[in-house]
Design a protein around this ligand. Structure first.
Ligand code: SF4
Length: 156
């Protein structure tokens, strides 16, 4: 039986999926440039437990992010991040996969300037990603980032 992980990875390799997700990334860049939220590099967007922030997305979106990386994180790296309360890609206070980071990371700013527009943007992306799942008949699972990363993680 084909696993959800394999279905998501196969769908993430499609040109139309890449086109749609790249369009959303481009929108994020325009929105952020227009609003100019302040980032003081305190890592609030990546230290989930400390700042009470959660990152949620769909399985297809995670697969698309991981396709841009040389390898998925190892299961122990994801588990360690859960234990610390942060992201497995946070290294020395910075994102080590900046070019491939999820849409949710691109629109989240903790300075308050993101209120309103970032929720609207995330809501619109959510609908579009869900529509992609439906159009491609790919299983839809909307879940927390590290729980989904665990599905894709290389064994320890
Ligand atoms: S992917 Fe990068 S920006 Fe997003 S939570 Fe992880 S370390 Fe932070």
């Amino acid at each position: 039986m084909v696993s959800e992980r394999e279905i998501w990875m196969e769908a993430a390799a499609r040109a139309d999926v890449t086109q749609e997700l790249r369009a959303m990334v481009a929108e994020a860049e325009v929105a952020v440039r227009a609003r100019r939220p302040l980032c003081v590099s305190q890592g609030a967007c990546c230290r989930f437990d400390r700042f009470g922030h959660q990152l949620w997305m769909s399985g297809l979106e995670v697969a698309w992010c991981l396709r841009q990386l040389p390898a998925a994180p190892r299961a122990t790296e994801v588990d360690d991040a859960v234990h610390r309360g942060d992201c497995p890609f946070l290294r020395e206070g910075a994102c080590s996969v900046h070019w491939a980071r999820p849409l949710g990371c691109r629109a989240y700013f903790c300075d308050g300037a993101g209120e309103g527009w970032q929720e609207a943007l995330l809501e619109s992306w959510h609908g579009r990603v869900r529509a992609l799942h439906e159009r491609l008949q790919v299983p839809y699972r909307y879940d927390e980032w590290r729980r989904l990363l665990r599905v894709f993680a290389e064994p320890a």
